[in-house]
Design a protein around this ligand. Sequence first.
Ligand code: BGC
Length: 591
Amino acid sequence: MRPISTRARALTAAAAVSALAGAGAVAIATDASAAAGCRVDYAVNQWSTGFTGNVTVTNLGDPISGGWNVTWAFPGNQTITQGWSATITQSGQNVTATNPSWSASLGTNATANFGFNANYSGTNTAPSTFKLNGVACTGTVPNSPPPSSPSSPPPSSPSSSPSTSPSVPTDPGTKVDNPYANAKGYVNPEWKAKADAEPGGSRVSNNPTAVWLDRIAAIAGTDSSSSNGSMGLRDHLDAALAQGAGYIQLVIYNLPGRDCAALASNGELGPDDLPRYKSEYIDPIAAIEGDAKYKNLRIINIVEIDSLPNLVTNTSGQAGGTAMCDTMKANGGYVQGIGYALNKLGAIGNVYNYVDAAHHGWIGWDSNFGPTADIMLQAAKASGNVNNVTGFITNTANYSALQEPYIQPTVTVGGQNIRQSKWIDWNQYTDELTFAQAFRTKLVSIGFNSNIGMLIDTSRNGWGGSARPTKASTSTDINTYVNESRIDRRIHAGNWCNQAGAGLGERPKAAPASGIDAYVWVKPPGESDGSSSLIPNDEGKGFDRMCDPTYTGNARNGNSMSGALPNAPISGAWFSAQFQQLMANAYPPLS
Ligand code: BGC
């Protein structure tokens, strides 16, 4: 949940004019060879001087166990600058991609996926031949019956199955376009009990909130000492059936090296724990979500908060970037982990995946917007099929206002465009609704299905109460104008932890606006974002100074005060003062 504002200004954003997206998968077929068989799908997203390449190799021959490499030669001057999920080296036009240490074997029909960024000039022609361990990938196994022969079926969809572990039971049912439409949401009884125990809490406690599967133990259920709830996944799904709920919302949140740019929600898995993420976390969740008992419940997964945007804006060399984000970018743990989760969970007929896409105050600048969309596509492709993604969520656990009627970025004051103000800081967007709709358009333009929908977390972006402006300022100074007119009352849009003055936002609601599947409460109101001082715990959670009200800030929040409430417990734990404040400042107000 680290809504980190990265101050990438439009003035320096020329690098991000990702004009196009010509993604196309081509199966490369060339000469045959004797020992093995393979198929390569090669897809690019390119702009005028660079591109992102995505390579999926399927081993059609005997199992490979001692490591693999994929080689090719670029026909032009393409130069790889960075790779992931494989070690990629280039010598002249020749490229070798070697398996990552965590993925040395490739069983029959198993698929490996990796990607890279590259520069080029002129025409970006695709390589004509790819080889797996020296054998050209023709799409068939030489000397075996052709793919149409029933005795040797090719993989039904060449890139649809990156996983080698057993598949989960699936419901063949057709997914609906918007799983929130005409359906009652599951009310988490553990959250409801805490809300009901607060004076006035029963006014909101019947709203659906998400269940966070924030560690492996949360699947089976934890003991009562855990910071947020002890019911396991089956307990929640059974309770949802008992409630007659139409949908349930779960947060998949346990990537290796989690929360690489902040500390408050560091998790239990180390940076190299991708195998554990797959086998001890995603596989068991997929097995439960795929249980036919739940087939009439729409199971909605909110996938891995903040992770992919962190790889775009918070690697070292960027303001406030971290070595852990470098590690997670280099080892592919986030992209591969999310790809795996989308693949396993998306295969289930009644399951819907929404990937986290940060918020406007983080990726609203041109320099972050396109690259974030691109990495979303990489992760979706790593799952084998972009249609494993139902949509995206913005503003998870964040405070960005839904709409800013008085500070739209086109406004000029005293002859100056307000984008130059300190608050907006050249961002292209000033509110979540406009941003989410524009990001959706961008995602569709680069290759996502045109029926994807967005979610916006409105659990604490209401900003009601007496501090809420009711009209535009009359000041002719852009900074005064913006500060007096904005709905979002934070000290800085990069602040994210237990914000003073925040209120509950829109109540959960299906299909509230064009392109938006729902307003949702993913971060349960009343649950802390992080402790305001160091509190030892056994959940891997660190102390992030952005949660300390005395902190004077860092590059990512313009060296501003943190604006955090005092006396907060660790992230996820109940924080009564925060809950009371959210109710008091709700907008729309509570009746
Ligand atoms: C925490 C999780 C918690 C979630 C919802 C996150 O910040 O890391 O442990 O479940 O918030 O409150």
